[in-house]
Ligand binder design. Structure first.
Ligand SMILES: Cc1cc2nc3c(=O)[nH]c(=O)nc-3n(C[C@H](O)[C@H](O)[C@H](O)COP(=O)(O)O)c2cc1C
Length: 168
């Protein structure tokens, strides 16, 4: 009897550990950056540059490609892609990314963790910010993927000033 009780307890412990591991670490609706001014500065830099390069981890290799989407929604800096793309698969396997952009005089580098946000209203807000994407994406198409940058550490550098480090 005691043996069965111990087995039952062990099974319950394993189950609760599994549930804890599966629970999302971050609730997108609740997450807020502690530094919205820095986030705005980075958003403006990315939009001003027009294009940035997003690096992901693909197994043991880096992959990089041009990106353009960057918008602050609900106090978080979001980017957008499609689930069918390799970039989305790589983010799902490893959410740590790096971003680099150059605006003609300064360059910006970011390290961050991407958190996918499945809420339709956020996908809609992102596509509303980029109406030209509506020929390819819709918030209800099952393909649109949006992520916000969490624990972002950014550095703005130039040949004319010391690197400026900002978090958001
Ligand atoms: C200027 C520019 C901006 C782009 N912006 C985005 C973007 O914000 N999101 C996206 O999914 N693809 C964007 N693309 C297209 C991606 O670079 C392209 O689909 C790339 O192949 C995706 O990477 P992958 O092949 O590793 O999945 C952009 C391309 C260019 C040239």
């Amino acid at each position: 009897m005691k043996k069965y009780l111990l087995l039952l307890l062990a099974a319950a412990a394993v189950l609760s550990c599994r549930q804890a591991a599966q629970a999302p670490a971050v609730q997108p609706a609740e997450y807020q950056s502690n530094n919205p001014e820095n986030m705005q500065r980075v958003r403006d830099f990315l939009r001003g540059a027009g294009c940035y390069f997003l690096a992901t981890v693909d197994g043991d290799r880096p992959q990089v490609r041009p990106f353009g989407t960057a918008e602050i929604i609900e106090g978080k800096l979001y980017i957008q892609t499609g689930h069918v793309k390799n970039v989305a698969r790589q983010i799902a396997a490893n959410p740590h990314v790096a971003i680099c952009a150059y605006n003609g005089s300064e360059w910006l580098r970011i390290n961050a963790t991407l958190v996918e946000d499945d809420r339709v209203e956020i996908k809609k807000a992102m596509l509303d910010a980029y109406p030209e994407l509506r020929s390819m994406y819709d918030e209800n198409d099952g393909n649109t993927a949006v992520y916000f940058l969490k624990d972002a550490k950014a550095t703005i550098s130039a040949f004319t000033h010391d690197p400026v480090e900002i978090d958001f």
